[in-house]
Design a protein around this ligand. Structure first.
Ligand code: CS2
Length: 454
């Protein structure tokens, strides 16, 4: 049926395009449900078009380009779905088209570069340095960004802001160091120019965005009467906290509810520990206990208890009345319990060694420093340790090191895994023993019994 329908963008709603003033690296579902949504809802949206470049999935650009950048957001709540066409992405480009990226980053009217390149992409390798030195096309997002910034300096196009939208603490500074260090390896003058002209903005981003399914594509065709091959499903909730300067201007995202603050750390920690930390517990413990989605895992009292225990622990290290921790926790339970959002645990489980470093380690360190065991955070690590034992192929930026650690047995295996997250904690024998003991409780047969008891 849907093949006969008009195609969004090509046949339906052709639109005057906003000029490109933002460049994005990492065109994926989350970018579209978050930064693209906020930009569409900024009071001055007509002035701000986004040119968005793919990262891991070049085909995402092709599908979207065929729709003139337009796509539908399906906002999915317990009460039902609502549909909205988003127009803020005016150019969808394959990330391998470095020439177009360089052209746009070097254009005077470009004021903001946003990033969703994943937590694991904030490092650089020898390849980036070699390719940049040789004047060849870099293959990583940071390599490509540095090439673009070099062109901006050469064009004397003025300052701009780089805005990290990945789930990392202090993501602006992490981006600053990664970009500056890479630039310095290639051209010290460029590193100095970046230091003087590029502002790195830290942000805390939030909107649960599961993968789009074929059913979602069919639903949009049925309800909207057009064919959209790239809709995005998202929860109604969204949040964006930003801290930093925009020397060449920015969209009025505050009109869409974004919050600009001087000190972002408490907001980042609240989001990374409470939301993302709980996600990681559910991802490993939940799958080990036979669940597939966040909502299913949360309905399991054993998983819920692990989450609540970690939240109690983490909350001791979250200060400030305006954080409204009890309300935030209650809202998270509602959001996670939205059973119409099929948020797959397997999607969250990936890249554990980077994610747990942000989600479990700070809480565990703080608990140890306070003289406590940190059992809630230790349980998150234990669930991962048990999970990688039975799923050794799990995608991870340190997959080789995980495989080496996995060859050890007993508490030595645990110490080797913890060492991938934090060297000092791996030397704390109380932590290693605790994680070891807890990981045994996740062994399939023990876990199944716990389920019956609950
Ligand atoms: C999740 C996040 O996949 C994951 O690691 O914890 O993508 C999470 O859904 C978002 O940060 C929600 O804003």
């Amino acid at each position: 049926m849907s093949a006969e329908l008009p195609r969004l963008g090509r046949d339906v709603m052709p639109q005057p395009k906003a000029p490109v003033r933002m460049v994005h690296l990492g065109l994926g579902a989350f970018h579209r449900s978050h930064q693209a949504w906020y930009t569409q809802h900024a009071g001055d949206a007509g002035k701000w078009g986004i040119a968005s470049f793919t990262g891991r999935r070049p085909d995402a650009a092709e599908v979207l380009a065929a729709q003139d950048g337009l796509f539908t957001i399906v906002e999915r709540s317990d009460a039902g779905d609502s549909f909205e066409v988003v127009r803020s992405i005016v150019e969808a480009v394959d990330g391998a088209d470095v020439q177009r990226l360089v052209e746009l980053v070097a254009a005077t009217q470009t004021a903001v570069v946003t990033l969703t390149i994943t937590e694991a992409a904030y490092g650089f390798g020898a390849d980036d340095v070699t390719l940049l030195r040789a004047g060849e096309k870099p293959t990583t997002p940071l390599g490509r960004l540095v090439r673009g910034l070099a062109a901006r300096r050469d064009a004397d196009a003025g300052p701009l802001a780089v805005v990290s939208c990945d789930n990392l603490s202090d993501n602006g500074n992490v981006a600053r160091h990664a970009v500056a260090n890479l630039a310095r390896e290639v051209d010290a003058g460029l590193a100095d120019w970046i230091d003087a002209n590029v502002s790195f903005v830290s942000t805390s981003v939030d909107r649960i965005t599961p993968r789009t399914t074929a059913d979602d594509v069919q639903l949009v065709a049925r309800k909207c009467g057009y064919r959209d091959e790239a809709p995005v499903v998202a929860e109604p909730f969204r949040n964006w906290v930003l801290s930093g300067d925009f020397p060449a201007g920015r969209p009025r995202w505050e009109d869409a509810g974004a919050l600009f603050v001087d000190h972002i750390e408490p907001y980042e920690n609240r989001k990374l520990w409470l939301l993302n930390g709980a996600h990681s517990i559910l991802a490993y413990a939940g799958q080990l206990r036979g669940h597939t989605t966040v909502a299913e895992a949360l309905a399991d009292p054993v998983c819920l208890h692990a989450v609540e225990e970690f939240w109690d622990e983490a909350s001791r290290h979250l200060a400030g009345d305006d954080l409204r921790i009890p309300e935030y926790r209650a809202a998270l339970l509602d959001r996670f319990g939205n059973s119409r959002i099929a948020h797959h645990l397997a999607q969250i489980a990936m890249d554990a060694s980077t994610k747990l470093r942000m989600r479990a380690i700070p809480v565990l360190r703080a608990e140890r420093a306070a003289g406590r065991s940190g059992e809630g955070a230790a349980r998150m690590i234990a669930a991962w340790a048990a999970y990688v034992d039975s799923n050794p192929g799990l995608q991870d930026p340190q997959s080789e090191a995980v495989a080496v650690a996995n060859k050890e047995v007993g508490s030595e295996r645990i110490a080797a895994l913890v060492a991938l997250l934090d060297a000092e904690l791996a030397r704390d024998s109380a932590v290693v023993e605790l994680v070891h003991k807890l990981s045994i409780s996740f062994a399939p047969e023990v876990s199944a019994n716990a389920g019956t008891a609950a």
